[in-house]
Design a protein around this ligand. Sequence first.
Ligand code: SF4
Length: 252
Amino acid sequence: MGYDPVKTHLMLEKHVARGYERKYYRFRVDRWYGGIVTADCVGCGLFCKFCWVSDNVRLRPLKVGAFHEPEDVATRLLSLSRSRGVSQARISGGEPTIGREHLLRVLDQLSGKGLLFILETNGILIGHDEGYASRLSGYDFLHVRVSLKGCNENEFHMLTGADPRGFDLQLNSLKNLLKAGVSCHPSIMTSFSTEESLKELMIRLAEIDEKLAEEAEIEELILYPHVVERLKKYGLKYRVAHAPDKVPPDQI
Ligand code: SF4
């Protein structure tokens, strides 16, 4: 039935988080959201077959990157945002909810600095532990984007190889965030889904909260060369995808 995605996240946590430190491999400014400063962390407990992170990073969490204190991460994000005139920040490259105390301290450091922080997560740990969403509720500059892997349990399993019940954890994360009053929306990887499964998901989202269905973002595959290789390896066929330089403007 696939691996337990909570266990993989918690196991990985032992290697990429240490006290208040977390491993990162890159700090940069990226084009998404109209410009966003980005700290790329190491490690994710899902193994999406379409993941854009290179195998060099994805498969070598023990070897890649370096540990950083939360204060250092915040300082780097702020410095990049000021030098490049960008007012949004995020942690990407892996799963930023691994190493909760680190993440909360980064947010503490960014508090009152005029940035919008977008937490891009697969939602597994937030869906598993309601207390995580409560801890995120104290930050008025935080918005959480939960990236749903497909439109239902079967698609989630096909895309990640994880236990299909992981999809319920993803939906549960949205419930927990809403309950805690944290600003959030779902983003849906639809490249491998049918129109029917997307419609059914929209109904499920609306049952949780109308706003989730209204604000759901469509995410489509980007054909970076290593992603194309990976899809070939898994024999995974997509319905829609874009070349890296031809991503529709509404998805940037
Ligand atoms: S959740 Fe994101 S970072 Fe993790 S494997 Fe999937 S696409 Fe990659």
